[in-house]
Ligand binder design. Structure first.
Ligand SMILES: [Mn+2]
Length: 424
């Protein structure tokens, strides 16, 4: 289904007066509001194809109905999302869940919805039907050369699909590791993984990047072969200039200082991409900003500061993606919430008074430094985010419009109540 422009316009007209009042008040406290709005309009967050259904659980899945049944319907859903918020103009595909049978058609369909193809994701953490060799004991790290070869070939095939769609990056997340002491020789697992990644790296087109994603634990509970940012950095450094570390917010041990990790990776020019989500305990894949919004702000504060220090373009020089999905919300409403939380944290980072912060640091004025950060975090910047949506042609209040237009009810009518989208 499509959300007609006149419906968005009607919704915005009804809310315009109240919005203008809030925006005027907001602007009295923010000096560079215009340039912030421009940056927000440019900032796009890729939506993963696996976030459009309920899931994110290792146990039961409870479909909310109307889930997309095909890649075409996934693109349609992200198109709906993008029509509402104008900040979700990219899709991140997972192979083999979303193999494009007819790439030219898929590319054209995405373009109709204003969507680009962001990073491609390979999958060597599951066995697929008909797959000759099993990844039970790992893929690129495997002691068996033929299994390593199969995993390498799969990644090269993912690159090929991505080239056909106009993507220019590959995200590799490996579940490789061990569940018990003694199971693996750590060095051998590292070396096997490195040489596999080197072969995949060789298959990258010139303008491509490879993102090496790390994760502390799960599904392996004793060791993970790309287990933290240091290990990812080691692989990406050894691979070369096209290789970068990817930070997934849920892939750290509890209480890790993610903002510091981000800062140092940026300093070294090795931060490539980002997976947004939130968590209370582990890799919970909850809605971004739902549990620790202050941490999200602190991360964005380092991102903005570190990118500015290197003269990077906020919108294009890192891969911004959501990686979340769960069982109890409408997936599209959930994604609207995640994108909003990301844009709020980004805006708060943009209004942070860096000059004053630098002065406070220079004077070892710890109280002042904290005041500066918390002032930005406690500023209600939602009117600026809404204004950027309005200017880009989106809805002032996407969730209320989604509900008023009964989008989910229509999707259920078209697709049925029992549909289940591919994903975890
Ligand atoms: Mn991830």
């Amino acid at each position: 289904m499509l959300l007609e422009k006149y419906k968005i316009d009607g919704h915005n007209e009804a809310l315009q007066k109240a919005h203008s009042n809030r925006l005027a008040y907001c602007n009295t406290n923010i000096e560079n509001a215009e340039s912030i709005i421009e940056k927000l309009v440019a900032f796009q967050i890729a939506i993963p194809s696996w976030a459009l259904g309920t899931g994110g659980t290792r146990f039961g899945r409870f479909s909310g109905g109307g889930e997309p049944r095909s890649l075409e319907e996934k693109i349609e859903d992200i198109g709906l999302l993008h029509a509402l918020n104008k900040s979700s103009g990219a899709i991140s595909l997972h192979i083999p869940w979303d193999i494009p049978e007819n790439p030219a058609h898929i590319k054209a369909l995405a373009a109709q919805h204003g969507l680009k193809f962001d990073a491609m994701n390979s999958n060597t953490f599951q066995d697929q039907p008909g797959q000759p060799l099993s990844y039970k004991f790992g893929s690129l790290q495997n002691v068996n050369k033929a299994i390593r070869r199969q995993a390498i070939d799969h990644n090269i095939e993912v690159i090929r699909h991505g080239v056909e769609l106009g993507s220019n990056s590959l995200t590799v997340w490996l579940s490789d590791g061990s569940c018990f002491p003694g199971q693996l020789n750590f060095r051998e697992a590292f070396q096997n993984t490195l040489s596999g990644l080197q072969e995949i790296y060789k298959a990258l087109p010139d303008n491509w990047k490879i993102f090496v994603e790390y994760k502390a634990y799960e599904p392996n509970f004793y060791s993970t072969t790309v287990g933290d940012w240091g290990q990812s950095y080691l692989y990406s450094s050894k691979l070369g200039d096209k290789a970068y570390t990817l930070v997934d917010l849920g892939h750290h041990l509890p209480n890790a200082n993610i903002e510091q990790i981000v800062s140092l990776l940026l300093m070294e020019g090795k931060l490539g991409g980002f997976h947004f989500n939130d968590s209370k305990y582990g890799d919970d894949d909850l809605t971004t900003g739902s549990i620790k919004p202050y941490q999200l702000y602190l991360i964005f504060n380092e991102l903005v500061e570190g990118m500015d220090a290197r003269g990077m373009d906020h919108a294009t020089d890192l891969g911004w993606m959501i990686d979340a999905s769960h069982n109890v919300k409408d997936p599209l409403e959930d994604l609207i919430q995640s994108v909003e939380a990301i844009l709020i944290a980004y805006t708060q980072a943009l209004i942070t008074d860096r000059k004053a912060l630098q002065e406070a640091r220079q004077n070892n004025d710890v109280v002042k430094a904290q005041e500066i950060l918390q002032h930005a975090f406690r500023t209600d910047v939602r009117p600026l985010v809404a204004e950027s949506r309005l200017r880009a042609g989106g809805a002032l209040d996407p969730i209320s419009l989604f509900r008023k237009e009964k989008v989910r009810e229509q999707l259920i009518k078209n697709r049925g109540t029992k549909t289940v989208a591919t994903g975890l």
